[in-house]
Design a protein around this ligand. Structure first.
Ligand code: SAM
Length: 441
């Protein structure tokens, strides 16, 4: 059914013309697609013979888009509710434009089944009183300012939690987007951090700060173990952890078990500097569930296990369970070391302490260390790894000179001998979090 209502007050001459439009029965996917909505709104302005100055569009997590296109003749604005297939659009012009052409275009692009519109004359001349004033001084100042006079895009990605969010401006082009059986995988091109992998709208890694994470998950443990040969990585689909592990000459074999081939494909295509070692003959790449893999692994098989999983939702939930870490311990050799992505003590304190406590119960209080490091694009910028040792190897006893040589020779970006030991120092609030948990145990 199509509804079309127009209250057309044409009788009097006015400064502007405003159309308020209700689009309903629209495609929810389109209503949630900030990039295509921005493109359609800008194109609608062009179809209406308007001159586009700028546009700002924002995607809300988990869904919804708001945006404005500023045109020389005024503006077009939109707010969408994908869950209702609804868009509230307004088109305001004060010039000689073909406003209804914008309406027709948007109705077609949004695949709206129903629509209604109200047209209003704004600033009816008969009701206004003209006030003339001297513009000459303002004009001379204004001529000094440069008006870019061209359309620039202003599109933001937001990783949003209940009460806080991180936003990065990107080009507006989504380089990769696919809904896999497990999660929604995207690659965007950001201005400040280069290309970025996101999963379910959460930042996984960016070209600019990925080294912080990948160097810290791998090198502290690898340089604590005297002869790391056989390594297991769970998750890590972007390839950064494997790339770092393979910098160690002692390593003979890396088995990586990643549940989602889509992540690997996206990174091979768009983040080749991170997914750099997928063709290395030492890599045994398995696409499958890491939880199942560890359950069936040979006892004592691995010198090191690195759990490079995402946050504890979806397929990664089981990567934070006692059963999983008991199986990891079995799969470790007698002097083996486990490293696990440990979340942020500030952002996700409960999961942070629960994982620490789970490992303390399995490996023993003295055998578990927390590593803290700084990473700007994760919530709060402070992140952690939990490191558990099956034998007597300890991060505290690592050889400073060995670390220095390795970091220098490989021109590492973040990790060095000072960072190794500094990362073992906890701020008081983190000490308190961990101590409280130990007392409660
Ligand atoms: N640096 C990242 C972070 O903490 O935000 C981790 C990135 S890495 C891309 C996380 C990977 O773990 C994802 O590719 C995801 O598919 C994978 N993953 C999640 N659950 C898994 C499971 N049960 N088995 C294997 N891989 C899993």
């Amino acid at each position: 059914m199509t509804t079309f209502i127009i209250y057309n007050i044409y009788i009097m001459s006015a400064l502007g013309n405003h159309i308020l439009v209700e689009f309903t029965g629209c495609s929810p996917e389109i209503m949630n697609d900030v990039v295509s909505i921005e493109r359609d709104m800008v194109e609608a302005a062009v179809k209406a013979e308007m001159t586009v100055i700028n546009s700002t569009f924002h995607h809300f997590s988990p869904y919804g888009v708001s945006g404005v296109v500023v045109v020389q003749e005024s503006h077009l604005a939109i707010h969408t509710w994908p869950e209702y297939g609804y868009a509230a659009v307004d088109i305001f012009t004060c010039g000689d434009t073909n406003t209804w052409a914008a309406f027709d275009y948007l109705q077609e692009q949004f695949k709206a089944k129903n629509y209604s519109a109200i047209e209003m004359r704004r600033g009816v001349i008969n009701l206004l009183e003209r006030m003339d004033f001297d513009l000459s001084s303002m004009r001379s100042q204004a001529s000094d300012r440069v008006n870019p006079g061209k359309y620039t895009r202003n599109v933001w990605f937001t990783d949003k939690d209940d009460n806080q969010a991180l936003s990065l401006r990107y080009t507006g082009e989504v380089l990769f987007r696919k809904e896999s059986p497990y999660q929604r995988v995207s690659v965007l091109d950001t201005y400040a951090y280069g290309k970025m992998l996101t999963i379910d709208n959460m930042v996984m890694c960016t070209e600019k700060d990925e080294h912080h994470y990948h160097e810290m998950i791998s090198h502290p443990a690898l340089l604590t173990h005297p002869h790391p040969k056989n390594i297991l990585v769970i998750g890590g689909g972007d390839g950064g952890t494997v790339r770092e592990i393979l910098k160690h000459n002692t390593v003979e074999k890396v088995t990586m078990v990643e549940i989602d081939e889509t992540v690997i494909d996206a990174c091979k295509e768009h983040l080749p500097s991170i997914a750099a070692e997928f063709n290395n003959p030492k890599l045994n790449l398995i696409v499958g569930d890491g939880i199942e893999y560890v359950k069936n692994a040979k006892e004592g098989e691995f010198d090191l296990i690195m759990v490079d999983g995402s946050d504890p939702v979806g397929p990664a939930e089981g990567l934070f369970s006692t059963t999983f870490y008991n199986n990891c311990k079995k799969a470790l050799s007698n002097d083996g070391i486990l490293v696990a992505q440990g979340e942020s003590p500030m952002f996700n304190g409960r999961v942070f302490v629960e994982l620490n406590q789970c490992l303390v119960e399995i490996f023993g209080q003295e055998k578990v260390n927390t590593l803290l490091f700084y990473i700007p694009t994760y919530p709060t910028g402070m992140w952690s790894f939990q490191v558990a040792s099956k034998g007597d190897l300890s991060l505290q006893k690592a050889d400073k000179n060995r670390i220095k040589d390795f970091a220098d020779n490989n021109k590492l970006f973040y990790y060095n001998e000072d960072i190794h030991f500094a990362a073992l120092s906890m701020p008081n609030f983190v000490k308190n979090l961990l101590a409280k948990e130990a007392v409660n145990a």
